[in-house]
Design a protein around this ligand. Structure first.
Ligand code: ZN
Length: 302
């Protein structure tokens, strides 16, 4: 499906960014979902980065229906989650927190002994697990109770119309309430050379990426103060994996993006590096600070 207009502000004015992304297929339980070939667009008006082509509405909905929601379960907290919990733990005890798209309630489960934790989750099975964990699942019509903080962790990038969703949610923020947005940051250096083929956009369900400019746009549009911007990696790896990812990506870029007359002959002499010449897409590069946690604060009188 071709994306008509910017998902952040509906503007039709954009700049195409770098190389295009090739089509690819994702298979879940023998069902195939094809991400059409796409380019990444940078909106002239609101600064969001977005795919020009995405799965159509039916396929996207089906994809989420059969996707394994347990894939995000992990014994350890991701660095992004640690950053969110650090902000929430500074709120007064018994604050009301809403995790929008809470999945199995994993994140909120760490705050249950301090705050009143609520979640919105469209996947019934995931919501059931969240309830068992002690998170109170709310329907969209039950949000009027008001919240001291609303969290969207790894949710923004999945939204077809993120600004509309955020505008809707902000009406349920209490005065001085916080909106926490944790998502991919298109300003990050690792994605810059080839954003369309960066791992974040090679994920079929990721439709858009935040930038500092877009965070400022949201601040104005939502009528909230932007009070914090932190950059981090979503994942934590040991030094060996860090070395592997950096080395492979360095080699890939010399062959396919920079076509460096200095490095290419040298890399061809090293068997491990030479392999990168035949790679058609970049190797995984998930170890850099390509995520941002943005914190907005509601005005005191609203
Ligand atoms: Zn826009």
């Amino acid at each position: 499906m071709k994306v008509e207009g910017c998902p952040g502000c509906t503007s039709a004015k954009f700049q195409s960014v770098g190389r295009s992304g090739t089509a690819f297929i994702v298979t879940i339980n023998a069902e195939k979902f094809e991400q059409p070939a796409y380019e990444i667009r940078h909106c002239d008006n609101c600064g969001i980065y977005y795919k020009s082509h995405i799965l159509n509405e039916t396929d996207l909905s089906r994809y989420y229906q059969i996707n394994d929601f347990m894939k995000w379960e992990n014994d350890r907290l991701f660095p992004t989650e640690q950053a969110i919990l650090a902000v929430l733990s500074r709120l007064p005890e018994h604050s009301k927190i809403l995790d929008y798209g809470c999945n199995t309630g994993r994140l909120m489960s760490y705050m249950l002994d301090r705050h009143h934790c609520f979640g919105v989750e469209i996947n019934g099975e995931a919501a059931k697990i969240a309830t068992q964990r002690g998170v109170t699942i709310l329907s969209e019509t039950e949000l009027a109770i008001g919240f001291d903080a609303i969290v969207l962790c790894d949710v923004f990038e999945h939204l077809v119309e993120p600004t509309s969703v955020l505008q809707y949610l902000c009406q349920f923020l209490k005065p001085k309430g916080l909106l926490l947005l944790c998502t991919g940051n298109a300003d990050a250096a690792a994605g810059k050379p080839d954003l369309a083929n960066f791992w974040y956009f090679r994920t079929v369900e990721h439709l858009c990426m935040l930038s500092r400019t877009h965070a400022k746009f949201l601040s104005q549009k939502l009528g909230l103060n932007l009070i914090d911007w932190q950059e981090m990696s979503h994942y934590q790896y040991g030094w060996l994996e860090l070395l592997r990812q950096h080395t492979q990506n360095f080699a890939y870029r010399q062959f396919h993006i920079y076509r460096s007359p200095f490095w290419m002959p040298i890399l061809k002499l090293i068997p491990m590096m030479k392999r990168a010449e035949n790679w058609t897409v970049p190797p995984l590069f998930t170890c850099t600070k390509d995520h941002a946690l943005v914190v907005f604060e509601n005005h005191a009188n609203c």
